[in-house]
Every structure is written in structure tokens, then in C-alpha cells.
Design a protein around this ligand. Structure first.
Ligand code: SAH
Length: 585
């Protein structure tokens, strides 16, 4: 299971002092507090059940300050696969009890011990093997993989029934446990990088000590990963190494764009980490080699080189570290850039995908007003605020940060692809490309756009063909806007106007109204929606003739109906607006 920072869930401020003690030993943990009942938390939530289930489904370890029954009942519908469930623990508000509930195969007991120790209590661990031997065979510590998990349960039962075992190879966590280790026992636990045959009575753990260093030799090669996969497979087989002992694939940061790296890492199901050219050059000169692959393997392992081979397109080196390689402190991961849309404002209009990105990103880049929209997630993050007009500069900052291995979230309101940052990032990538941006993993995560929020408030004004026009003439000339409004009006589209007015641009909306009146009936329904999803939200409906441009501002979106758009009076005096999809004569 990949490493995900735990979420500590508190439902009231009373739990926070104990939660802070836990954070002192789990510094990356995020504190989740129920909105209105807690303050000074990392993430505030309103829906307990939905939040918990989302975290659980993502594999986030959960430490809940609440009754065990609440956690069990909330998560019960999701319990399906014990190998995949994250640790879930209940902690008493006063810190007097720590109860591991789920995630026995993913470290819940160790987490319970860690938390109990800082709270000076005894954890409520009930797993027999764990109590007797201080160890869970099925749940080795990070850096070790059990090659035959299906045998672990029977093996442990035998030991609990009084059988003894030998230990071959070394691992402190096994050596220092209370396992019944004797020299000439029949049963064996072996710790080895080698691909050995295991049986019911012979458990094998592979330590993550093998580093695979790779460098492409031919920058014009455009093959898929198969050549590299075959090369690595062959080298592992020749060295009799188990693929499960591979800790990661390692390369120079100048090779991030090489697609073969991703292919081999996916094939082995291990992470990729990059080293700076300097770090690799230093190791290369120490070991008197000219091969970057050797440099990367040795930089990762600080160990012994055991194989090196080249094809026409790649050089690959394998080295073995004396101890498991800690992937979190070795090199930097591939940089990520997520261009996300927060929706218009309300947090329940923000997608779970976007929330997940906001929780995990290391850096936020955006206009300060938009960073405010995600303030529930900004604690402990690096914030790079800028002026709203500096889109291109902001995109470059974001790409440069991601090229250093950071996980950058570029924040837009609404949808990031609609008059927002996504186009700016791609424009910079296209027109001002830097080689170090090539390997960045780029993702656009959509949000609800202002026009959708406005339409939903009023019924279904965008129910049939519509178009969207920005009235800002900062980036395009007014002549184009004018022509586009005319054409759209003539084509009888419903039109959503973004950026209708700003402090500097005061006349454009009135001008748009004049153009429209040349083509469309004066009583065409118009929706004027301000501050959607934010404080002082207002939505009014008027006719095209009665539209008062002064009622709009920078935070207003305007929907102008087509000739088919209709209004329906509600009994409470309100109005629905819709555009039918059917064209009856
Ligand atoms: N990406 C955004 C649009 C950014 S352009 C989106 O998809 O919604 C900025 C314009 O969007 C504003 O001038 C206004 O027309 C509209 N807008 C953004 N947020 C709004 C909100 N909360 N309420 C009404 N209009 C909004």
C-alpha cells in the first residue's frame, strides 16, 4: 500500500489537545475538524459519513476521536478486502484509550502502539500473534515484502501452537521480536533479495534493497517500454534477484521525459525517483564510471553494483543497498501539476477529485481570492499568490516548481478550462517550452463553472444549444467580441456572458445588450447571477430590455435566453427559466 498521511478526525475542540499530541509523533497527519464545532484544523468538513468513507476508499489511515461503533457503522458498507483496507483506530477524547479496529494487514497495530506510547496508555491490541510475539507476520514493516502471504496465517498458527523456527538472513524487526527462534528448527523465515522458492514451512521476505538505475542513450528513440522491460527482466533473472526486492527505478532529473521509465516502474509496481545531475555526477566520479545509470543506482543504494548492461537505446544498472531503501528520502518524485477548478465557491460544489488533490499537493499557485476559496486546505502548504492578471507568469512559476519534483495545484474558480488557468499553462508549454517541463505529470481536474451554477439556480436556461462569450476586451479586441455576439444572436444561441463588467470595463455589457436587441425580442428572459456559492449570492431574472448593466460586476455571470427560452411563475412569486429541447412548430 502506498504511503498516505493519516487523517485525524475530531468532532469538537475538546479532542484537539490529544490530537496535537498524536501529531507530535505523526507530523504529516492532517487534522480534520467538524465545521462549526472545531477551529484551527487543517481541513474542516460538514458531512462526517461522506468524509470518512471518502478517506477510507482512498486508503487514508483514519484516527477517529469518537465511539468505535460510529466508525464501524460508517465504514461497514465499504468493508470488502482486508488486504486493501487502511488502518482505522478509535481514540478516546481524553487520550485514555486507543483501539485498533481495521487494517490489521496494513499496520494498524503498529500505529496503535505508536499513538498509545505518546499518550502513555496501553493500546487495546487483540491480535494473538501480535501480543505473543510482538509481530504480525502478514504485516511486515515498510521496506519488506512477504512473497507468499497465503502461507503466513498457517505459519503463525503453528508457532502459536508451540513450533519453533529458524531465521535466515537478517532483519532487525524479526531478530528483535519474541518469535521462537532456534538454530535447527524445521520451519524457516528467510530474508533475501534472491528469488527463492517458498513453501508452507518456509516464509520469504524480500527487503526493498535493489535499486535499478536507468538512462536513455538515444534521445530520438520513440519505442514503447518493451525493450527496457526485457532488459531489466533479463538482468534480474541473471542475478537471481526477486522483482519484489526492487525498491524503485532511479534516474537523472534530466531524463524525466523518458517514457520507458514509467513503463518499467509500472511493470515492477515500484516508484521512480530522480536525482539532480550534480548528485549523480558526484557518485559517478567517486566510482570512476561514465554511466549515468550506474550513478543513479549507486546514488540510490549507497551499496554494491551487481550488474550493468546496455542496449542500443538504454543503459541499465542494478545495485544492492545494505538496508531497505527509504523511497521517501531518496531522490525526488516526478513533479505533478494539477490545474484544478474549485467550483464557484461552496465547498460541497467541489469535486472529491479536487479535494484529494488539495489535500496532497505541496504547493498552491493562484490569485489570492482563489486561494481564499481553498483556505480549508492551505495549512502547512507553500502558497504562491499572484495578481489575477499575471496568468502567464503564474503558469511558468507552477511549471518550474513541478519540474523540481513538487506537487503543484494551480487554483482557478469554477472550471479551470473556462476562462482560467488551464489554457495559460498549455500556452506556456506550447510557446515557451523548457526541456525540464517535459517529464511533469499534468492533469486538469474540472469544476462547476459559474454558468452551470447560475443555470441550476434558475431551472434549465442552458437546456438547448448555447454558447459562452467573455466580454473582456483585455486579451481580444472588441471588434471580435462584437461580431461574435451578433453571430450568436443571429444563430439563436442562449448566451452566457462571463467577465461582463470590471472597474476598468464599464460599457461593454450595455453595448452587448444593444447588439442583442437588434436580433432578439425585448422580452427575452435574462438571468443575472452574482456571487454564486459565496456570501451575498443573488440571482435575478429580468427581460433583455430591462437588463440594468450597472447591476452586474466582476462576480456576475449573465445568461440571455434564445427565442425559445421561457419563464414559469412559481406560487411563491419566484420564477423558473428553461429552454426547451424540442423544436415543435
Ligand atoms: N473559470 C471560471 C470563470 C473565470 S472568469 C468559471 O468556470 O466559472 C471570471 C468570471 O466568471 C467573472 O467575471 C464572472 O463572470 C464569472 N464568475 C466566476 N465566479 C462567479 C461566481 N461565484 N458567481 C457569478 N459569476 C462568477
Amino acid at each position: 500500500m502506498t504511503h498516505i498521511a493519516p487523517a485525524i478526525i475530531v468532532l469538537g475542540n475538546n479532542s484537539i489537545p490529544v490530537a496535537r499530541k498524536i501529531i507530535s509523533v505523526l507530523p504529516e497527519a492532517q487534522l480534520y475538524g467538524l465545521a462549526d464545532r472545531t477551529s484551527d484544523v487543517d481541513v474542516s468538513f460538514t458531512e462526517f459519513g461522506a468524509t470518512l468513507r471518502e478517506l477510507f476508499a482512498n486508503g487514508t489511515p483514519i484516527i477517529g476521536f469518537c465511539a468505535t461503533g460510529i466508525l464501524i457503522r460508517t465504514l461497514a458498507p465499504l468493508l470488502a478486502n482486508k488486504r486493501q483496507e487502511p488502518p482505522v483506530l478509535a481514540v478516546a477524547e481524553d487520550g485514555s484509550a486507543v483501539v485498533p479496529l481495521l487494517g490489521g494487514l496494513n499496520g494498524v497495530n503498529n500505529l496503535a502502539r505508536q499513538i498509545a506510547s505518546v499518550l502513555s496508555v496501553i493500546p487495546a491490541i487483540t491480535t494473538t500473534g501480535d501480543i505473543r510475539f510482538g509481530i504480525a507476520l502478514e504485516d511486515p514493516p515498510v521496506g519488506y515484502r512477504l512473497s507468499n502471504p497465503e502461507y503466513a496465517k498457517g505459519f503463525m498458527s503453528d508457532l502459536l501452537a508451540g513450533h519453533t523456527m529458524r531465521l535466515e538472513g537478517n532483519a532487525a524487526w524479526l531478530r528483535n521480536s519474541s518469535l521462537p527462534i532456534v538454530q535447527d528448527a524445521q520451519r524457516v523465515i528467510e530474508v533475501t533479495e534472491k528469488a527463492v522458492f517458498s513453501t508452507l514451512n518456509h516464509l520469504v521476505y524480500h527487503p526493498a534493497t535493489v535499486a535499478i538505475g536507468i538512462t536513455p542513450l538515444n534521445s530520438s528513440f520513440r519505442g514503447e517500454g518493451s525493450e527496457l522491460i526485457t532488459l531489466v527482466q533479463q538482468m534480474l533473472t541473471d542475478a537471481e534477484l526477486a522483482p519484489a526486492a526492487v525498491a524503485g527505478v532511479f534516474a537523472s532529473i534530466s531524463d524525466t521525459a523518458e517514457p520507458g521509465l514509467e513503463a518499467i516502474a509500472n511493470y515492477l509496481n515500484v516508484p521512480i525517483r530522480f536525482f539532480t545531475r550534480d548528485a549523480i555526477t558526484q557518485v559517478m566520479s567517486q566510482h570512476q564510471t561514465a554511466d549515468v545509470a550506474v550513478g543513479a543506482a549507486l546514488a540510490a543504494s549507497a551499496g554494491e553494483l551487481i550488474g550493468q548492461r546496455q542496449t542500443a537505446n538504454f543503459s541499465c544498472a542494478i545495485a544492492i543497498a545494505p538496508l531497505p531503501i527509504d523511497i521517501n528520502t531518496t531522490g525526488t518524485p516526478r513533479g505533478r501539476l494539477a490545474i484544478i477548478g474549485t467550483g464557484p465557491g461552496r465547498s460541497d460544489w467541489m469535486s472529491p477529485e479536487v479535494k484529494e488533490i488539495l489535500r496532497n499537493a505541496t504547493d498552491f499557485v493562484g490569485y489570492s481570492t482563489y486561494l481564499d476559496l481553498v483556505s480549508a486546505f492551505t495549512k502547512g502548504k507553500h502558497l504562491h499568490e499572484s495578481d489575477n492578471r499575471e496568468e502567464i507568469a503564474r503558469a511558468k512559476v507552477a511549471l518550474d516548481l513541478a519540474a523540481q519534483g513538487r506537487f503543484v495545484a494551480v487554483i482557478s474558480s469554477g472550471d479551470p478550462g473556462i476562462y482560467a488557468m488551464a489554457a495559460a499553462v498549455f500556452e506556456v508549454l506550447d510557446k515557451q517550452a523548457k526541456p525540464e517541463w517535459q517529464g511533469i505529470e499534468i492533469q486538469v481536474a474540472p469544476g462547476i463553472s459559474a454558468m452551470q451554477a447560475a443555470a441550476a439556480k434558475m431551472g434549465a436556461p442552458l437546456g438547448h444549444d448555447f454558447c459562452v462569450i467573455s466580454l473582456s476586451d483585455i486579451l481580444k479586441p472588441w471588434s471580435i467580441i462584437e461580431q461574435r455576439i451578433s453571430a450568436a444572436a443571429e444563430a439563436d444561441f442562449v448566451i452566457a456572458f462571463y467577465n461582463p463588467v470590471s472597474k476598468q470595463r464599464t460599457w461593454q455589457l450595455a453595448e452587448a445588450q444593444n447588439i442583442l436587441l437588434r436580433h432578439r425580442s425585448p422580452d427575452t428572459p435574462v438571468v443575472v447571477a452574482r456571487n454564486l456559492g459565496r456570501e451575498a449570492e443573488s440571482t435575478i431574472v429580468c427581460t433583455l430590455e430591462n437588463l440594468v448593466p450597472e447591476h452586474a460586476d466582476m462576480r456576475t455571470v449573465i445568461l440571455v435566453g434564445s427565442s425559445k427560452t421561457r419563464m414559469i411563475q412559481k406560487r411563491d412569486g419566484g420564477i423558473w427559466v428553461y429552454t426547451p429541447r424540442r423544436y415543435d412548430n
